[in-house]
Design a protein around this ligand. Structure first.
Ligand code: ADP
Ligand code: ADP
Length: 225
């Protein structure tokens, strides 16, 4: 079943054509990486899917419904960026509760969900800590939990490990993939790191200059000359 479908997606910034008509189907529960050099259009693709950028042409479908005109908050998406962007004046629990309070969920439901989310990323003992008292990896786990606690249909990750040191990056790769499998959420993961894309994904989508060069299972991706 197709969860996310991009159809001839075009994005122009003035004269720059950042996306030149890309088409891609992502299945329910699939983990797809967008891999490619800086400037090839990976982030632009995510921003269009999230609704942070308007598309210039083409369609974005979620479960066969065109959502390209919907506001970001109506798209049922969780997103994690390279910089953690946690609220510095809020504790871990408050960071997680915030989006649920905005959605006016009941207090009991919020506490339950925040509790589950903290368990999911193994941060229950840190509920009352502020972000600056956490390591980079822990902060990124809070960011993941904050994206998942709203129970979105689709998870978008934009170079979430880029700010971590090599050892932590390796740990977090496995952590993210395990979490994704457990939750079963459809995930699109942006990276310029071939090793990350190869080890984490069900499918690797190689982008080059605003186009999709290839889309294949990791073992079937070939190096371009
Ligand atoms: P990547 O994520 O693969 O590094 P981007 O999607 O950020 O690439 O960028 C794709 C192209 O679009 C690049 O040529 C970049 O300079 C251009 N671009 C991205 N965002 C903007 C913007 N806000 N204004 C103008 N050009 C942009
Ligand atoms: P407040 O901001 O109301 O002073 P807290 O800082 O204790 O409250 O927490 C904010 C929200 O996070 C609370 O509404 C609660 O639902 C949730 N929360 C706080 N601590 C925990 C916890 N240990 N387990 C689960 N949920 C928690």
């Amino acid at each position: 079943m197709t969860e996310v479908s991009l159809r001839s997606l075009v994005k122009r910034y003035g004269k720059t054509e950042a996306l030149k008509g890309i088409s891609l189907n992502v299945r329910h529960g699939e983990f797809v990486s967008l891999l490619g050099p800086s400037g090839c259009g990976k982030s632009t693709t995510l921003k269009c899917i999230a609704g942070f950028e308007e598309t210039s042409d083409g369609q974005i479908l979620f479960d066969d419904r065109d959502i390209s005109r919907k506001l970001p908050e109506d798209r049922d998406i969780g997103m994690v960026f390279q910089s953690y962007a946690l609220f510095p004046h809020m504790t871990v629990a408050q960071n997680l509760a915030f989006g649920l309070e905005m959605r006016r969920l009941q207090k009991r439901e919020i506490t339950e969900r925040v509790g589950r989310a903290m368990e999911m990323v193994q941060l229950t003992p840190y509920a009352e800590r502020y972000p600056k008292a956490l390591s980079g990896g822990q902060q990124q786990r809070v960011a993941l939990a904050r994206a998942l606690v709203i129970e979105p249909k689709i998870l978008l990750l934009d170079e979430p490990l880029a700010n971590l040191d090599a050892k932590l990056r390796d740990e977090m790769r496995g952590f993210i993939r395990d979490l994704q499998k457990r939750v079963g959420i459809t995930t699109i993961y942006v990276t310029h790191d071939q090793g990350e894309a190869m080890t984490m994904s069900d499918r690797v989508v190689v982008m080059f200059d605003g186009e999709i060069a290839q889309a294949a299972a990791p073992e079937d991706v070939y190096d371009k000359p």
